[in-house]
Ligand binder design. Structure first.
Ligand code: NAI
Length: 538
């Protein structure tokens, strides 16, 4: 099924679902009313008019600072599911907000367009007027980036909370009424305490309640994940005020999330659970990738091993695909952060344990590059290599920490000429990624190097056939569905011989490709005779 067709079906389903929701609005009114009532108990700052009728009319206002991959989709879904709540998403980046207000949203995410179109201008607004919307809000989500520090204490590991702190100071400056401040960004444990200090030291008598509400969505399936989350986690202070604030946020989610899926904890547990969840997920990928190396050495097949392992109900089948490595803005950053926290808490053994997850990920990427180079007579100098897929996973245009960056840099280091095709990533983004230093990518664009030098041996094309024409080899680095159905006979005919395919995602039918004439490398699977005879790569 083509992505466009799937999107059409998705939109249709969504429209039907929305009808159902509007039908259910009657029940929403009662929860919206109880929410308004709760807020009214917080005094005149939340609901200025004393009479009940006015309270009923008063719309609860949410403001989210940070219109990125988390802030945008999360708030769009809150607006869709809670018509009685007004949601403003604000950002310091003018181009980003302009894109949110246009037909070309700044991020690609299946189903997102339909949700935004439904609510934008109704109860969902995107704005650069950060202060105005924070001033007006009852609940302020903070969903700014929390990159790895590049300089100073903890550089290369600790989370850089510069953006968080400046958002907190701004909230303290502009607020004239009590507010609930919600940590949506992934932050180190105990960040809430620091934020609380900033807010209360500047509070002018205003009461702030801090909640931790980490986001578990996965890019590529964000809308699905937000519609049906496995769980929503909210941490709050164990004081009456803290619990009240927690209840308020719980009622927002209760518009569409079953109560038993809304978990409540103390602040620190919520903060740590997010880091722990990402560490466990990344660890699973590194575990299966470590096994993939052993499979290649022994003749075992990682897909068979994963299946056999995953049928154990204690382990489960998900997240057991071997690949060229994990990427994305979170896994590495959050594990590094966890490592740093462990070190700061005098737990070097625990830090060392988690560090290994990243080491295996780096090993897997360099192992892949070595495999490519060694298979092609130990040199790729001046050879054209087609790179199919640059995003860190399918169904997103996000390239943050994508394994493609390290693989491309490795091949460029051996003087290859790269021809790159990804259905969602622009040439500008690819050039930026390949010329930027590690960790610079997660800073706002105005803080990134102004004119990244163009990497000359890289061309970016808009078609897989163009990318592979006259190439010596193909590296499949993202599991886009369209790569499964390419005309590989045609591709083979237009390539140099011997023609190689290095499948970093195990998406092609290797036997079929071998029948055509390709030499195929699939991660963790028994090696072609050709590859076996080449020098060891580990
Ligand atoms: P992002 O980089 O896409 O968006 C962050 C936005 O915050 C940027 O547009 C930036 O301009 C804006 N910003 C920074 N400082 C600001 C300020 N003072 N005032 C207004 N706007 C400001 O980041 P993304 O991916 O949305 O991540 C946000 C947080 O959520 C991070 O902590 C991340 O670890 C976490 N997270 C990310 C997930 C993902 O899949 N991307 C999933 C779950 C959590």
């Amino acid at each position: 099924m083509s992505p466009r067709f799937s999107l059409g079906i998705y939109k249709l389903c969504h429209a039907l679902q929305f009808l159902h929701i509007t039908h259910k609005n009657l029940s929403f009114f009662s929860s919206a009313f109880s929410l308004a009532l709760f807020l009214s108990q917080k005094g005149p700052s939340f609901i200025s008019q004393g009479n009940l009728e006015r309270k009923k009319e008063r719309m609860v206002k949410i403001c989210c600072i940070g219109a990125g991959y988390v802030g945008g989709p999360t708030m769009a879904v809150i607006a869709l599911k809670c018509p009685s709540i007004e949601v403003a998403v604000v950002d310091i980046s003018k181009p980003r907000i302009a894109a949110w207000n246009s037909d070309q949203l700044p991020i690609y995410e299946p189903g997102l367009d339909a949700v935004v179109k439904e609510c934008r201008g109704r109860n969902l607004f995107f704005s650069t007027d950060v202060e105005k919307h924070v001033f007006e809000a009852d609940i302020v989500f903070v969903s700014v980036n929390t990159p790895t520090k590049t300089q100073g204490l903890g550089a290369g590991k600790a989370a850089d909370l510069t953006y968080w702190e400046s958002a907190a100071r701004m909230i303290a400056d502009v607020s004239k009424s009590d507010k609930i401040v919600v940590e949506k960004s992934t932050v180190p444990v105990k960040t809430a305490e620091a934020i609380e200090k900033i807010l209360t030291h500047n509070s002018k008598g205003i009461k702030f309640q801090i909640l931790s509400n980490p986001e578990f969505l996965a890019e590529g399936t964000a809308i699905e994940d937000l519609f049906k989350p496995d769980r929503v986690l909210i941490g709050g202070r164990e004081t009456p005020e803290g619990q009240k604030a927690l209840q308020t946020l719980k009622e927002v989610y209760a518009h569409w999330v079953p109560e038993e899926r809304i978990l409540t904890t103390n602040l620190w547990s919520a903060e740590l659970s997010k880091l722990a969840a990402n560490a466990f997920l990344a660890q699973r990928i590194s575990s299966v990738n470590a096994m993939s190396a052993l499979c290649e050495a022994t003749g075992a097949n990682i897909q068979q091993v994963s299946f056999a392992v995953g049928t154990d109900t204690r382990i489960g089948p998900k997240f057991l695909n071997a690949s060229v490595g994990f990427g994305g803005s979170c896994f590495q950053k959050d594990i590094l952060n966890l490592v740093y926290i462990c070190e700061c808490n005098g737990l070097p053994e625990v830090a060392e344990y988690w560090k290994q997850v990243i080491k295996i990920n780096d090993y897997q990427k360099s192992r892949f590059v070595n495999r490519v180079v060694s298979s092609m007579f130990n040199t790729v100098s001046s050879k054209k290599i087609a790179i199919l897929g640059f995003a860190f996973k399918k169904d997103t245009g996000d390239t943050r920490e994508t394994p493609a960056i390290d693989v491309c840099k490795g091949l460029l280091g051996d003087k290859a000429n790269l021809s790159i095709y990804d259905p969602q990533v622009t040439e500008d983004q690819i050039q930026r990624d390949l010329s930027m230093n590690k960790f610079d990518w997660d800073h706002p664009i105005h803080l990134q190097p102004t004119s990244p030098s163009t990497v000359k041996k890289v061309s970016v094309v808009w078609d897989a056939y163009e990318a592979t024409k006259d190439a010596h080899g193909i590296c499949m680095l993202t599991e886009w569905d369209e790569f499964k159905t390419l005309d590989y006979q045609r591709i083979y005919e237009n390539m140099q011989k011997p023609a190689f395919v290095f499948d970093g995602r195990n998406i092609v039918d290797a036997d079929k490709l071998r029948d055509i004439g390709f030499i195929v490398y699939s991660i963790g699977k028994p090696l072609d005779a050709w590859l076996k005879d080449m020098p060891a790569v580990a």
